[in-house]
Write a protein that binds this ligand. Structure first.
Ligand code: TPP
Ligand code: MG
Length: 560
């Protein structure tokens, strides 16, 4: 049946679903991701007369990832609505992904009517218990009139401090119940946080530390994205002459081609960053934890002055001691710091060497990739061909396979939100879903997903959802006919691989079969033309490319 235009929806009394959808609309939610189920019908019907669009996809895991990627693309938290039992448990992995990535994500789950609680009714499980370890807050709404209040509380919790996912479970009889006339005002909108200024004494101490430093290093993380600090960060690195690396959600906040950029904030793939951490006399970690990708702070010189800034005090000093911990949001802190910035004195030779080390690594990899070779392309050759063929405003998505660790170093992210990657939880399956949501949220931007032949098998079928909703993203399937990230280290450790091969399947035909467009580009010179035809098709597309299985520096470093 056609979706009704909001004005054509038959008149009926307001229900819980209407309260929920109105509360989401008031918070700027434009689209919810879902797979249907009886207990969430009220929410579906509510969208029929609301500007909030419903995107009915193929798997609750994909719905969760799509909601997460919506925040990463737009800055407005995303929402997934899943049915009871298996719908909820299918969404556990995206919740865990958001928890590890510190991204706000609201998952609304169905449940059997209250009268059936604890009777093993069809499809039931204790969804709140399943979600509790992978969310900041998981709870059940017991009364229809309180739905707006719970949405408000969910918003507050998922966007404050260190952001993360929240789970709200609404039993079938509660969501379908008649909304009371005195229900809280669903349209009141989200609470707005004004981050307090940082303690002036702490800012002064940071200013002193940076003024004394000759070899400073700034590592910028998630909170730069959460608090919209990109412009202040750009100004700080220039005025204070700070060599910098950005990780996770902060990648691209300042264009990674900036002359003071040390490349991605990921020590396993960036030898320049390892060197800079070991040699800097002052290291400032801004808005992030001492992440696995920073080797938990282990490589920092013992003599360096270490500063960590985070909104969540519990994050400061965890994994490694700091000389100065500042509880503050990234943006106000940078703005305060810039108010009285003294002209810095730096060891310019050191800065040039530190930046040169990453540049040399990129050149080494590029030369390897472009060298004439027999057989399949080097993974970086494919990535470089794709990057060269696409316009600068392209939004990139990668996954968690060996090919993606090559892409992680090869893509120089030019702007905030231009590079999406699930993060520390690293689930295969996030990538195609992220790409679909990014294209829906930013239809004017080209969206390209890099994924391996293993990872594509998880949610590649979401290209069908993309076809239904008119989201012409491009998925480059980098096919090494292997679960490469596991196979290559396995061979190194054991001398043999066990069950690691994947046969070549026709992913271009697969894309065509589910409403998309498909191309094959097994040689470098075929890549640009294939991409051009994908764009011209106006359909969600696959470029299926044969690549060699070559161990990436990241996998080499982490699997020794
Ligand atoms: C959900 C999930 N299951 C398993 C893994 C472990 N894993 C990491 S990379 C990888 C292989 C990926 O293969 P492919 O997508 O073909 O990329 P390649 O490594 O071959 O480049 C596996 C199985 C994971 N990260 N996520
Ligand atoms: Mg593979």
């Amino acid at each position: 049946m056609e979706k009704l235009a909001p004005t054509d929806a038959p008149a009926r009394p307001l229900e819980g679903g209407d309260l929920l959808v109105a509360a989401l609309a008031a918070r700027g939610v434009e689209r919810i991701f879902s797979v249907s189920g009886g207990p969430i019908n009220s929410i579906y019907h509510a969208t029929a007369r609301s500007p909030v669009a419903l995107c009915h996809v193929r798997h609750e895991g994909a719905a969760g990832y799509m909601a997460d990627a919506t925040y990463r693309t737009t800055g407005v938290p995303g929402v997934a609505v899943v049915t009871l039992g298996p719908g909820v448990t299918n969404a556990v992995t995206p919740a865990a992904t958001a928890l590890r990535a510190s991204t706000p994500l609201l998952i609304v789950g169905g449940q059997a009517p209250v009268a059936m609680r604890d009777r093993e009714a069809a499809l039931t499980i204790d969804g709140v218990a399943a979600m509790r370890p992978v969310t900041k807050w998981a709870t059940q709404v017991a009364e229809v009139g309180r739905i707006p209040e719970y949405v408000d509380e969910a918003w507050r919790r998922m966007t404050s401090g260190r952001p993360g996912p929240v789970y709200l479970e609404i039993p079938a009889d509660v969501i379908a119940d008649r909304a009371p006339a005195d229900a809280a005002d669903a349209a009141a909108g989200a609470v707005r946080f004004a981050h307090p200024p940082a303690d002036p004494a702490a800012v002064a101490a940071l200013r002193d530390a940076l003024a004394r430093a000759r070899r400073p290093l700034l590592i910028a993380g998630d909170d730069v994205f959460h608090t919209g600090a990109a412009a202040a960060l750009g100004e700080a690195v220039e005025r204070l002459r700070l060599p910098f690396a950005q990780l996770r959600l902060a990648r691209g906040a300042v264009d990674e081609r900036h002359p003071l950029s040390l490349g991605p904030g990921c020590t396993p793939l960036n030898p320049g960053l390892r060197q800079a951490l070991a040699e800097a006399d002052c290291v400032v970690l801004l808005g992030h934890n001492w992440d696995f990708d920073l080797d938990f702070g282990a490589g920092v010189a013992p003599t360096a002055t270490v500063v960590q800034v985070h909104l969540d005090a519990a994050t400061i000093g965890r994994e490694r001691p700091v000389d100065l911990g500042i509880v503050a949001a990234a943006r106000p802190l940078l703005e305060q710091l810039l108010r009285e910035a003294a002209p810095p004195q730096r060891d310019e030779r050191w800065i040039a060497e530190a930046i040169g080390a990453w540049r040399r690594e990129r050149e080494r990899v590029g030369a390897l990739a472009r060298a004439p070779r027999a057989g399949a392309m080097h993974p970086v050759r494919l990535i470089e061909e794709v990057v060269a063929a696409m316009p600068p405003e392209t939004l990139w998505v990668t996954s968690h396979g060996n090919v993606d660790f090559w892409a992680d170093g090869a893509i120089e992210v030019p702007a905030e939100g231009a590079y999406l990657r699930a993060g520390q939880y690293g689930p295969l399956g996030a990538e195609v879903s992220f790409g679909v949501a990014a294209k829906l949220a930013a239809p004017q931007r080209p969206v390209v997903v890099f994924v391996g032949d293993g990872g594509f098998g998880y949610h590649g079928v979401e290209l069908e959802s993309a076809a239904r909703y008119g989201a012409p993203l491009i998925v480059v399937v980098a096919d090494d006919q292997s679960w490469g990230a596991i196979a290559l280290p396995q061979r190194r450790a054991y001398g043999v691989e066990v069950e690691m091969d994947l046969p070549r399947r026709d992913w271009a035909a697969f894309a065509r079969a589910i409403g998309g467009h498909g191309e094959v580009a097994d040689r470098p010179e075929e890549v640009a033309g294939a991409l051009e035809r994908c764009v011209a098709s106006g359909l969600p597309s696959v470029v299926h490319a044969r690549i060699a299985s070559e161990l990436s520096p990241y996998m080499d470093h982490t699997s020794k």
